[in-house]
Design a protein around this ligand. Structure first.
Ligand SMILES: [Mn+2]
Length: 390
């Protein structure tokens, strides 16, 4: 009798155990579906963002009291433009929502004209405050990068928290397991363009003017003034709408491209005349700069933005690299290519990085000389592909 009761008890316990186990499985499974669907639909949503994704995104926002918008290390015009534009949109949409913008390190001086940029919290300058802001957020919205590794030390902290992460981005192959919801479209020119599309879907009224200005700046900088990554006609429809909304294109061009310090322009001169090496046999070129050389020109973050593009102006050069020594002693690479040769694959395979087909980055823990030698070694290997690129 006791034995029978005990058996039933044991069976019940194991039934309940299985029930809860299954319940957990179902929850995890449905989360997985959402993650997968988010990824798939996001990638496919070449015109406007899938309505299912928008619904999930809005639902997450509705439940939130505080959100943090996160941009990548060395934020560029697109990262700053997208985060500031989203900040203004969310303020209109949900006036009660507390919104924080976080950058891992300082952002370039030439982007400080953006309305709202003074609200950006810099992790490496205010670690405690930023950690607190992130830990107390209900949602983290990650902008213009596809993997937490792009945040370096800030990414390690974020990975240690359980705050749900949404990705809004345009880089290929986002790390699916790192985000709960992914709104990603590789066919848009920039994350800023994606924010325009998102804003159109979620805002009841017109785009706030500071958001429109920031989106224009993000699109201009990420396409190198509409030279690269902007062959999708829809990109120009967005530009047309921004102009109709009153954005002053000439003024923003000037704020972004004619706003450099004297030392930045002199550093560019030095980089081109003293530090650029052209390797005609590989259809390649590179510029390498050490920390002490940067210090001679009172280097500020963002000062070398765009340097990598200049060697591509030379006839016959199909790949260019900007190789620089970082404050932490590591080496950072910036790659650009013309035509079919993918610097995204090149950076992924050999330089622990990635990005887009014609614009990518990478990193190596080594000396500047070794980094240059490694670049040349890989050029030798890809010589034929690079030569046939265009
Ligand atoms: Mn971008």
């Amino acid at each position: 009798m006791l034995c029978a009761k005990l058996r039933i008890f044991v069976e019940r316990i194991s039934f309940l155990g299985k029930y809860f186990k299954n319940l957990i499985k179902v929850t995890i499974f449905s989360k997985r579906i959402r993650i997968f669907a988010g990824h798939k639909l996001g990638i496919m949503g070449s015109r406007y963002i899938d309505s299912g994704l928008i619904a999930v995104f809005c639902d997450m926002l509705r439940r939130a009291k505080k959100v943090s918008l996160i941009v990548h290390v060395n934020p560029d015009g697109d990262a700053m433009g997208a985060s500031i534009a989203l900040y203004h949109c969310l303020r209109v949409l949900m006036p009660e929502l507390e919104i924080v913008i976080v950058s891992p390190n300082r952002y370039p001086e030439f982007l400080k004209w953006m309305d709202g940029s003074n609200n950006v919290l810099v992790f490496r300058e205010r670690r405690k405050i930023v950690k607190e802001a992130i830990a107390t957020s209900d949602v983290l919205i990650c902008l213009d990068f596809n993997s937490l590794s792009r945040l370096e030390d800030l990414g390690e902290f974020i990975a240690s928290t359980s705050v749900p992460r949404v990705l809004i981005d345009h880089h290929i192959e986002p790390k699916k397991e790192e985000f709960l919801l992914i709104i990603s479209d590789v066919k848009v020119s920039s994350t800023s363009e994606l924010i325009f599309r998102l804003a159109k879907d979620i805002l009841p009224g017109p785009l706030p003017r500071p958001a429109a200005d920031a989106i224009m700046a993000g699109m201009m900088t990420d396409t190198n003034m509409f030279r690269d990554n902007s062959s999708n006609p829809d990109t120009f429809k967005v530009v047309a709408e921004l102009l109709k909304a009153g954005v002053d294109k000439e003024k923003i061009t000037s704020l972004v491209f004619d706003n450099f310090s004297i030392s930045r322009v002199k550093l560019l001169g030095f980089a081109l005349s003293e530090k650029m090496v052209v390797l005609p046999e590989y259809h390649a070129a590179y510029i390498s700069i050490s920390q002490s050389e940067l210090n001679n020109f009172s280097f500020q973050p963002g000062d070398t933005e765009g340097f990598v593009n200049y060697p591509l102006n030379i006839k016959g050069v199909n790949i260019s690299a900007y190789i620089s020594e970082q404050l932490d002693g590591a080496i950072r690479f910036s790659f650009r290519s013309r035509g079919a040769f993918s610097v995204n694959d090149f950076a992924r395979r050999h330089f622990a990085g990635g990005g887009h087909k014609n614009a990518a980055g990478g990193r190596m823990e080594t000396t500047l000389d070794n980094a240059i030698a490694e670049y040349i070694k890989q050029l030798e290997f890809y010589k034929d592909e690079i030569s046939a690129s265009i």
